[in-house]
Design a binder for this molecule. Structure first.
Ligand SMILES: [Zn+2]
Length: 337
């Protein structure tokens, strides 16, 4: 066997984990919670790379990761975290919260049965326009168009020409289109995406609407004790919207979910489709005014008492079980993740 640097690093991490030193260090620190951010769980994520990019976890790895959480940590609900942040009871040490962004149908079809089997509650943040219209979020539609077009160039709205001969050029043009689209919402966003699809003569297959959850599936998640939250109406970067547009994304998504699910929608997740930052002081103020109790970001880190409930950090789960174990144990021990 060839001993590589990566292999030696993995051995060193395992030795540290097995020694219990990280757990000892974590025991000395104030209570904290790790909010994990998932998107999609598929039997074989490699089949959907053109639509979803690299955001999907494989079902066997996800199952093992949930086993790990149930056995070695304390899975809690987002409601428990919100209560804790507003001055309620302490959370158990090593609390973990599972969240999903976007609202893919596999959340209901693949992830929920696993979560229910191991008794892990989860929060599902849904892009409401994708539920209403059964269509993929715009980043997936643009990705598909740029990767599958037969054309060799694209002219953007500022009249800049992008060549599309090589995969790297297509990726560059895709990112440029995302930088424009993330600043749009509602009908202007839909007009931009449709225009790009027409320009490139490529659009996602009609059946791709079934990739998103229906209201029936959302109701089933609630009935199984999971939480449904809002991830906006149309998945813009909230920090780049005008105040009225941002308010509409927050309030209308909440109202529609409450209408169809018959209960309060208390939690929000700020999309991070392109550009930085993806939330700001206005977003926090509007989220609070819209009646939400918490807002999660894609900034990395743990949640502690005293944190602002409207800018909660999350941890991106790696695509391996050992990677997730290392990230959680070292984060609880005080290492930046
Ligand atoms: Zn998202």
């Amino acid at each position: 066997m060839v001993v590589t640097f990566a292999l030696m690093r993995d051995w060193a991490k395992k030795a540290i984990l097995d020694s219990g030193a990280l757990r000892l260090a974590a025991g000395l620190r104030d209570p904290s919670a790790a909010i994990l951010m998932y998107h999609s769980v598929l039997p074989d994520p490699s089949l959907q790379v053109d639509l979803l990019g690299g955001i999907a976890h494989s079902e066997p790895v996800f199952r093992k990761q949930m086993d790990l959480l149930a056995r070695n940590f304390h899975p809690v609900s987002l409601d428990q975290v919100a209560k804790y942040l507003f001055g309620g009871a302490d959370l158990p040490k090593r609390s973990v919260i599972v969240t999903f962004d976007d609202g893919y149908a596999d959340n209901h079809e693949v992830a929920m049965p696993v979560l229910d089997q191991v008794g892990v509650p989860a929060t599902f943040y849904v892009t409401v326009d994708c539920v209403e219209n059964r269509r993929l979020p715009w980043p997936s539609r643009l990705r598909f168009a740029f990767r599958n077009t037969k054309l060799s160039m694209w002219v953007d709205p500022l009249a800049k020409t992008w060549t599309l001969k090589h995969p790297a050029e297509r990726e560059e043009a895709l990112l440029a289109s995302c930088d424009i689209c993330c600043q749009l919402s509602g009908t202007s966003q839909e007009a931009f995406v449709s225009r790009v699809e027409q320009d490139l003569e490529a659009s996602v297959p009609n059946r791709s609407g079934s990739f998103m959850m229906s209201y029936d599936q959302l109701r089933t998640l609630s009935q199984h004790g999971h939480t449904v939250g809002s991830h906006t109406l149309t998945h813009p970067n909230m920090a780049y919207l005008k105040e009225g547009e941002a308010r509409q994304e927050l309030t209308q998504s909440k109202q529609l979910l409450e209408l169809h699910l018959g209960g309060p929608i208390k939690h929000f997740s700020y999309p991070c489709p392109a550009l930085s930052p993806h939330w700001n002081a206005q977003t926090i103020e509007l989220s609070c005014a819209a009646g939400y109790e918490s807002g999660v970001t894609t900034s990395s880190g743990l949640t502690r008492r005293g944190d602002n409930p409207f800018c909660l950090r999350r941890i991106r789960p790696t695509k391996t079980v050992e990677g997730l174990r290392w990230n959680l144990e070292s984060a609880f021990a005080g290492r930046a993740v």
